[in-house]
Write a protein that binds this ligand. Structure first.
Ligand code: FUL
Length: 653
């Protein structure tokens, strides 16, 4: 199916949180303009094949009137308790010719029985409702997240379960397959399902990507990116990511909708790497997808259509180093005919072979697309692509796996021929499709950072482009100020916009914008003498500092702001490579002080989905004047005190 949508909508949409706690008042749920047809239309127009809907997220709040709980749309004033959003979503999918899937969170922070055997009966009852009453369901999503703490019917405690055994997955799967025989099961918490998580929510899978895993045995999380070469079970990767930083709607992210270049990268790093792409839309409190998200996904659809509009290989001549039994049924031409079922094949014993495409005239191209007929398995282990330029073969790519689909990007080359060399394979190599394209260039907007001294640094997305910027809110163009060296902006707040401009193609990128709070120039870290701790203030998300392991919990980071500030919140960016180094904070407490002696707690809570998605965490509080701030790590992703910080910042009034 390649490309389908995720839709995140729940009670926590109304509390501006990433995860509901399970105690939210159902009356908050009030989508005055709800229109599931809008969601379906947007997805259909974007070229997506289906939608997976959060019928129940971790809060436990049900978006259908489940018979088995009171915590649902049946007990709210909106539509007099007659609502069934799962039904509306299923109907809208049908109307727009989309497949329909459901997300049912195994973790339920509302249910009193969560953690006990009784809850499994409840969970299966709900599954039965969803898988019997809403027509064909193409995929069911069993999120593995389990933060432990919750409301749990008023108990307000932490409940630990063993995700592998608690849900009795073998029998739960049996039920699912009985009710929906054609369904695919997604599960990252328990037994091996039909699809695998790729180990990140950032929108990419490994360049090497086997659609195999072992049926038994746990796979280390980092292996999820690559699959297992000699795995015994077909479990392809599904790249799940959101069109905004978070899964649920937050107004503050209206400026953070993924840009076209970001979405194109995601495309090439998911669909282009033998995975499917599950792209999420957060629903606004009014029940609609934001216009900016719609525009972004439209531009994305247009750009992918343009990139793959003209297949330059379709009129070429294909020859191969070897053809199975010299049979025309397996000829090289089968890789470039319009028939995706036919394929070029070699004799059984062959592991190295090549396929040459002759364009008959010099042809410029920058994309290469290749597919294996995967019903016969994923075979290719190593390959190169060469272009015949000025009488010589020039290597333009050296890669590993292909699978269902592999797309390569490279700088435009003009050649009369192209050659695919398969260097190694698990069986006789088979190629069902080979395309060549010349995709229009899309300029990447620049990256803007501000260092501790308050200077602004702007990096273009490529080596050929110049950067132009504005500091007065105006849209930047190639006639704005040219960036030549770091910009000194003093210590105040800064709103900066910048574009990349390519003087050769005369193209301008879309604008990047950053709003920086006051500069951190005068700040001093008081809780440690380590100089490296200042990486937390250097403005560079790529550098991080890890608190030494010996420090006792809760670990603290105390900062002197240099003078009194009027604080309204703080921001924390966890170490971006935390899985390699140490852990990051999941539960925090933030305190402020006028004298570094008496402290006042102004915020306490969780960074809900930080482990799977290590993006900026923003917490706001009532305005308060203070000179010292203290971020306390109450709990980390791994036990112990070694919290990892990429950046810490404050929000002032
Ligand atoms: C994660 C969840 O915890 C997020 O809230 C979201 O639903 C995402 C798709 O999966 O694990």
């Amino acid at each position: 199916m390649e490309y389908y949508a995720f839709v995140h909508f729940s009670i926590n949409t109304y509390t501006d949180m990433a995860w509901g706690l399970g105690n939210e008042d159902p009356k908050l749920f009030n989508p005055t303009n709800l229109d599931c047809r809008q969601w379906a239309r947007i997805c259909k127009e974007a070229g997506m094949k289906g939608i997976i809907f959060t019928a129940k997220h971790h809060s436990g709040f049900c978006l259908w009137p489940s018979k088995y709980t009171e915590y649902s749309v049946k007990n709210i004033p909106w539509r007099n308790g007659k609502a069934d959003i799962v039904r509306e979503m299923a109907d809208a999918c049908k109307e727009y010719g989309l497949k329909f899937g459901v997300y049912l969170s195994p973790w339920d922070r509302n249910h009193a029985d969560y953690g006990k055997p009784e809850y499994i009966t409840y969970f299966r009852n709900q599954l039965t409702e969803l898988l019997t009453n809403y027509g064909d369901i193409f995929e069911v999503w069993f999120d593995g997240a389990n933060g432990g703490s919750g409301y749990y019917g008023g108990a307000n405690e932490t409940r630990k379960i063993d995700a592998k055994t608690y849900y009795d997955w073998p029998n739960t799967y049996k039920l699912v397959r009985k009710l929906q025989p054609k369904i695919v099961i997604w599960n990252d918490g328990g037994d091996r399902a039909d699809l695998r998580w790729v180990g990140t929510e950032a929108g990419y899978v490994g360049e090497t990507n086997w659609s195999l895993l072992n049926a038994t045995g746990d796979v280390p999380e980092r292996m999820l990116r690559y699959g297992v070469e000699n795995g015994d079970t077909w479990v392809p990767g599904e790249v799940n990511t959101s069109i905004r930083p978070e899964w649920f709607y937050h107004e503050r992210e209206d400026r953070k909708v993924k840009t076209l270049p970001q979405l194109m990268d995601i495309y090439y790093h998911s669909i282009g790497r033998n995975a499917t792409l599950l792209l999420n839309f957060p629903i606004m409190p009014n029940g609609l997808i934001h216009e900016k998200d719609e525009k972004a996904v439209q531009a994305f659809a247009k750009a992918t259509k343009e990139a793959f509009a003209v297949n330059l290989a379709s009129n070429a001549r294909a020859t191969a180093s070897q053809v199975r039994g010299k049979s025309p049924a397996y000829a090289a031409s089968k890789a470039i005919d319009a028939d995706k079922e036919s394929y070029w094949a070699t004799d059984d014993a062959v592991r190295t072979a090549s396929l040459t495409i002759d364009f008959k005239k010099p042809t410029a191209f920058n994309r290469f697309l290749v597919q294996e007929p995967i019903r016969l398995g994923q075979r290719v282990k190593a390959f190169t692509v060469e272009a015949f330029v000025d009488g010589n073969w020039k290597e333009i790519a050296k890669e590993t796996t292909i699978g269902y689909k592999r797309i390569l990007r490279f700088p435009t080359v003009e050649a009369t021929q192209l050659r695919l060399n398969i260097l190694d394979a698990k069986g006789a190599p088979l190629i069902s499709n080979l395309d060549v394209y010349k995709a229009p260039l899309i300029l990447t907007p620049p990256i803007i950072t501000r260092d501790q001294a308050g200077e602004i640094h702007i990096k273009p997305g490529d080596t050929e482009s110049d950067v132009y910027y504005t500091l007065d809110g105006r849209a930047p163009t190639a006639s704005a100020t040219k960036y030549t060296a770091p910009v000194k902006t003093g210590t105040g707040k800064v709103d900066i916009k910048a574009v990349a401009y390519n003087p050769f193609t005369k193209q301008t990128s879309i604008a990047s914008e950053e709003k920086f709070d006051i500069a951190r120039t005068a700040w001093k870290i008081l809780s440690t003498d380590a100089k490296s701790a200042y990486q937390v203030l250097d403005g560079n998300p790529g550098t991080s500092w890890h608190q030494p392991k010996s420090q006792t919990m809760p670990a603290e980071l105390i900062i002197d702001l240099g003078k009194e500030e009027n604080l309204t919140g703080f921001r924390y960016l966890p170490a971006q490579n935390w899985w390699e180094e140490a852990s990051i904070i999941t539960h925090y407490q933030f305190e402020v002080s006028a004298d570094n002696v008496s402290w006042k707690r102004v915020s306490k809570g969780e960074f809900s989905n930080i482990k799977n998605s290590p993006v900026w965490q923003i917490k706001t509080f009532e305005p308060i004047k203070a000179r010292y701030v203290k971020l306390r790590a109450l709990k980390n992703t791994q036990d112990g005190s070694a919290s990892g910080y990429a950046e810490v910042d404050i929000i002032t009034q």
